[in-house]
Design a protein around this ligand. Structure first.
Ligand SMILES: [Zn+2]
Length: 299
């Protein structure tokens, strides 16, 4: 692809190791999936940046999970106007449900989007890993800044006891996502002090990640950032936006509501309209359809 600008390259996640396995690195481009999310939720610029960062962070967690059936749900609940944002990663796929994508805020004094104020500087970030038949894993931390990257880094340090460097960014211009991406650097147990110092120094290079992924390929980024640390590319995978909701799942959710609520819907509302919070698709259920579900419901 000689003439393709990095801005238009497909989204992908690169898995790397540094220093002969002493450090794990993930780098992703999430531009296309952020644009797709924007078409669905019509977010303000600050909400677009916040959601994009959360999706990049969630994908990093989900691609590291062992089984293809595992999924991860990240909920960011701050005291800012965004209120609650729920993001689900399933392998290489991600979806997000912001509560208030329409709210916008003035730029910060330095000209950047004020993601921290949109999310709020106080609140929680929780991670639930659904591990199929095994007990789910739950971790929760207090938000550090609401800027998302720092909050994910804090999560790795506190909940998973894996101190990590995380940088997440989205470049938004006139409400359009120009580029988005992130990097995770995770020293593994036994990593030498010398390497830790090196990683700390190089982390300065990640501060303009959103601009960097606009101008360069992920390969050229990691080769430059980790020069001298023996970066080895372990895996390259496509990542994408996808909502896996279906009429079938919604029927099951309706059945799970129970007889009392279903009867109420039939008698008082004469049917139901359910909207998926992730993809905004709405599905109608007629009185007759609800009545047939009633026979499958308990209580
Ligand atoms: Zn959906």
């Amino acid at each position: 692809m000689p003439n393709q600008s990095p801005v238009d390259l497909p989204d992908e996640m690169l898995h790397l190791s540094l220093c002969h396995g002493q450090v794990r690195v993930l780098i992703c481009r999430t531009t296309a999936l952020s644009r797709e999310m924007a078409l669905i939720h019509q977010p303000s610029p600050v909400a677009l940046a916040a959601c994009s960062r959360i999706m990049s962070g969630t994908l990093m967690l989900s691609v590291m999970m062992k089984s293809a059936d595992d999924s991860v749900t990240v909920t960011v609940n701050g005291d800012g106007p965004a209120e609650r944002i729920v993001c689900v990663g399933h392998g290489t796929e991600v979806k997000i449900a912001p509560t208030h994508p329409e709210i916008d805020l003035p730029l910060r004094k330095d000209g950047h989007l004020d993601v921290g104020s949109y999310i709020g500087h106080h609140g929680r970030l929780s991670v639930i890993k659904d591990l199929g038949l095994r007990e789910p894993y739950c971790g929760q931390i207090s938000l550090v800044s609401g800027e998302i990257g720092e909050d994910f880094a804090h999560y790795y340090t506190v909940s998973e006891q894996k101190p990590s460097i995380v940088a997440l960014g989205a470049l938004v211009s006139n409400g359009f996502c120009v580029s988005a991406g992130g990097v995770l650097v995770q020293p593994l147990p036994g990593c030498s002090e010398e390497i830790l110092d090196q990683l700390e120094i190089r982390s300065m290079l990640f501060s303009s990640i959103s601009r960097e992924v606009a101008d360069r390929t992920l390969d050229s980024l990691y080769t430059a950032w980790f020069d001298g640390l023996d970066p080895i590319l372990l895996k390259r995978e496509s990542i994408r936006w996808r909502c896996d909701c279906s009429r079938d799942k919604m029927e099951r959710a309706l059945i799970a509501l129970g007889r009392t609520e279903l009867t109420q819907m039939i008698q008082e509302d004469g049917g139901a309209e359910l909207v998926c919070h992730f993809c905004r698709k709405n599905r109608q259920f007629t009185k007759e359809e609800l009545t047939s579900l009633l026979s499958k419901a308990q209580n």
